[in-house]
Ligand binder design. Structure first.
Ligand SMILES: *[C@@H]1O[C@H](CO)[C@@H](O)[C@H](O)[C@H]1NC(C)=O
Ligand SMILES: *[C@@H]1O[C@H](CO)[C@@H](O)[C@H](O)[C@H]1NC(C)=O
Ligand SMILES: *[C@@H]1O[C@H](CO)[C@@H](O)[C@H](O)[C@H]1NC(C)=O
Ligand SMILES: *[C@@H]1O[C@H](CO)[C@@H](O)[C@H](O)[C@H]1NC(C)=O
Ligand SMILES: *[C@@H]1O[C@H](CO)[C@@H](O)[C@H](O)[C@H]1NC(C)=O
Length: 270
């Protein structure tokens, strides 16, 4: 058998191989996600049977999913009014490069397990009700280009580790409840790395440092001082007014009583 015949035979065999079976990691990831997310309007229209075979080659049987070589490659479910939380098992979709769950009503934390998505380049979780901290372990996803977490209820500090993501070109954590200093590793990135302006950080509880302003003084803010001043001023005015009124009334009654006394005294006795 010569070489070209062997090649032909191999091509023939490959062409008639059954399609590869679904990846158990993707199945686990999607099943758990389907269980943790609530889809009240059935916009996703996922069923257990199409989760069992999520990909046929590069085509997906699931709304919002994109496949590549039989693996989930992209999951995009924005504006679906989804509720519930993001299952940590999302980390089993190990070929995922892009995750977009923005503009839903998702609650709970951002799973730290996202760190196992080593190919993740795009993470959009903005406009949800996510709480807890931004996991520092996100810095393990070395290919991250986009981290968009704006308009959630995230607390704590921005992890300085995120500054090590050299590919990061979009970073938005505005409209959360973050506090503490903006890490210099992000605020003052050096070299050719893109920097992020104030719009990436605005609308947080207690964030400070470049490009935002310096830390607010530990004492009372100007507004609070003015408020307290005005408040106590009004209160003391009210108090003194009351005192004066009471005093006036008391003296009035006293005078009236004295008058009566005088009158009765001046009355001739019979
Ligand atoms: C999925 O993730 C869990 C937890 O991270 C892990 O224990 C499990 O081995 C993974 N794979 C499958 C197929 O469940
Ligand atoms: C839901 O998916 C099924 C197939 O799984 C399809 O037949 C049906 O048309 C879909 N419904 C909507 C509203 O997209
Ligand atoms: C968010 O999703 C809702 C539907 O759930 C849609 O009406 C709205 O336009 C979306 N907002 C943005 C900014 O895309
Ligand atoms: C960050 O850079 C700005 C302008 O380039 C500078 O004014 C500021 O002092 C720097 N802050 C830190 C903490 O290095
Ligand atoms: C901040 O940067 C964004 C793009 O990253 C741009 O759209 C926006 O206009 C900038 N805002 C300011 C105040 O420079």
């Amino acid at each position: 058998m010569n070489f070209s015949r062997l090649t032909l035979m191999l091509i023939f065999i490959c062409a008639f191989l059954p399609p590869s079976s679904p990846d158990p990691n993707d199945q686990s990831c999607l099943t758990k996600l389907f269980e943790s997310i609530e889809d009240p309007h059935n916009f996703m229209n996922w069923t257990r049977s199409n989760i069992a075979t999520p990909c046929s080659g590069s085509l997906s049987n699931l709304v919002g999913a994109t496949c590549n070589n039989g693996r989930i490659y992209k999951l995009s479910l924005p504006d679906f009014s989804l509720q519930g939380s993001i299952s940590p098992y999302i980390s089993n979709c190990t070929n995922m490069q892009s995750l977009d769950l923005s503009n839903n009503s998702l609650t709970g934390p951002i799973p730290a397990e996202l760190q196992f998505l080593v190919n993740l380049a795009v993470l959009k979780l903005s406009s949800n009700r996510l709480s807890g901290n931004i996991p520092p372990s996100l810095a393990m996803c070395a290919y991250l280009n986009v981290i968009d977490l704006h308009d959630n209820a995230l607390t704590g500090a921005i992890p300085p580790q995120l500054g090590s993501l050299v590919r990061l070109s979009v970073f938005d954590v505005s409209g959360n409840r973050l506090s503490g200093p903006i890490p210099a590793s992000l605020g003052n990135r050096t070299g050719n790395l893109p920097r992020f302006n104030v719009s990436s950080y605005l609308g947080n509880k207690d964030l400070y440092g470049y490009p935002l302003g310096p830390m607010k003084s530990k004492g009372l803010s100007v507004v609070a001082i003015v408020g307290i001043g005005l408040g106590s001023g009004l209160l003391s005015l009210l108090l003194s007014f009351t005192v004066v009124c009471v005093w006036l009334r008391v003296t009035d009654q006293k005078m009236a009583a004295e008058q009566e006394d005088k009158i009765s005294h001046s009355m001739p006795e019979y």
